[in-house]
Design a protein around this ligand. Structure first.
Ligand code: ACO
Length: 330
């Protein structure tokens, strides 16, 4: 039974961004595109790309280690490793189990959660339930993706959009006013085909044909995704604010999933927020899927902007389609 008056808090955060930077000018040499097109349509200038030998769990472990160090904790102090990803090391075992191995923790539950780019906010909601019901005391939630390894680098409609990265949260029950105040989540599976990785599952098992037809890469109808993303993210944030008993003007910072600057601007406008309150890093990292929100929150803290009491609204949209929002008092 979840304690109605309880709250979870982010005790510490960590991130990892691969060193290699791929700029729009680099992309001009790879596909028929231009810095001007990418900048005006997406707001992206550059993105990070994982090294060939790096796998998703490597990025996740690096972010997790930083979060543990910052909290002064050891891996054995955790109760659960929960990993949101869409680009796992292997279909199974889960990336969470690979991360457990690399952290050399004691035995503890570890599993992946797959909810498109919404994964970290879904993870926050799942962790809240587990912590407030007493199943877990301390959860390591990681959002990590290496989209560059599931991107078709010959498809200019997708390859300019994505990047790689990881963010980690250590979550516990809050003992003060700070913490997760409310959330909202949803999904509409009837629209799944608009954004998918069709090959390699039981629908299209790996074969010569699936490789030839590039089915092991992201396929997306960008225009449709765009329309649904703006609508769902706008609605979802208003629902979560209502549950928290807050008005949109009380939001100090809005962190929307960083997919495209035009989507981010449209949500900021819908909520009638000053542009300075809307957090943007898509220009530097592109769309890192589940890593966008944790990296943006981490950077906000590093900039010294997360003073106690600040209200942060986070909202995401992704494959499924899925969407979720969370209101957090720092
Ligand atoms: N460079 C140059 N031209 C391009 C490129 C490119 N990289 N990509 C497409 N074009 C062309 C198209 O071929 C088309 O040409 P045509 O008119 O001759 O047919 C023209 O540009 C316009 O294409 P549109 O797809 O209509 O462009 P749009 O303005 O919709 O922008 C974009 C495309 C950026 C993909 C946009 O639709 C978008 O951002 N959608 C949302 C995508 C998204 O956020 N996905 C992820 C959300 S969930 C998650 O994170 C997994």
């Amino acid at each position: 039974m979840v304690k109605k008056d309880g709250k979870i808090k982010i005790r510490s955060m960590g991130i990892y961004l691969p060193e290699k930077v791929l700029t729009n000018l680099d992309l001009e040499k790879m596909v028929e595109t231009s810095d001007e097109w990418i900048t005006t349509r997406t707001g992206i200038k550059e993105r990070r790309i994982a090294a060939e030998e790096q796998v998703t769990s490597d990025l996740g472990v690096a972010a997790a280690r930083q979060a543990l160090d910052r909290a002064g904790l050891k891996p054995e102090d955790l109760d659960l490793i929960l990993v949101a990803t869409n680009s796992p090391d292997t279909l199974f075992p889960s990336t969470a189990c690979w991360i457990q191995k690399k952290l050399s923790t004691r035995e503890m539950p570890a599993f992946d959660l797959q909810a498109g780019c919404t994964g970290v906010l879904y993870g926050l909601i799942v962790a809240e339930g587990l912590i407030l019901s007493g199943v877990c005391r301390r959860v390591l939630l990681i959002g990590v993706d290496i989209l560059s390894k599931i991107t078709n680098w010959e498809d200019r409609t997708t390859c300019v959009l994505f990047g790689d990265g990881a963010g980690a949260f250590i979550l516990e029950e809050s003992d003060d006013d700070s913490g997760l105040l409310s959330h909202f989540w949803g999904a509409d599976g009837s629209l799944g085909e608009l954004l998918m990785l069709p090959g390699g599952g039981t629908l299209h098992p790996a074969s010569e044909q699936t490789v030839k037809e590039k089915m092991h890469y992201i396929h997306m109808k960008g225009n449709d995704v765009f329309k649904h993303a703006v609508k769902r993210m706008g609605e979802s944030i208003l629902e979560a604010l209502k549950s928290a008993g807050l008005d949109k003007h009380q939001v100090d910072f809005l962190i929307p999933h960083q997919a495209n600057l035009r989507i981010i601007d449209a949500i900021g406008e819908r909520l009638d927020l000053d542009p300075e309150k809307v957090v943007v890093n898509v220009d530097r990292y592109g769309n890192m899927s589940v890593a966008t929100i944790p990296v943006a929150l981490y950077e906000l803290q590093e900039e010294g902007k997360l003073q106690p009491g600040k209200i942060v609204a986070m909202v995401a949209f992704g494959a499924g389609f899925t969407w979720a929002s969370a209101i957090y008092r720092w």
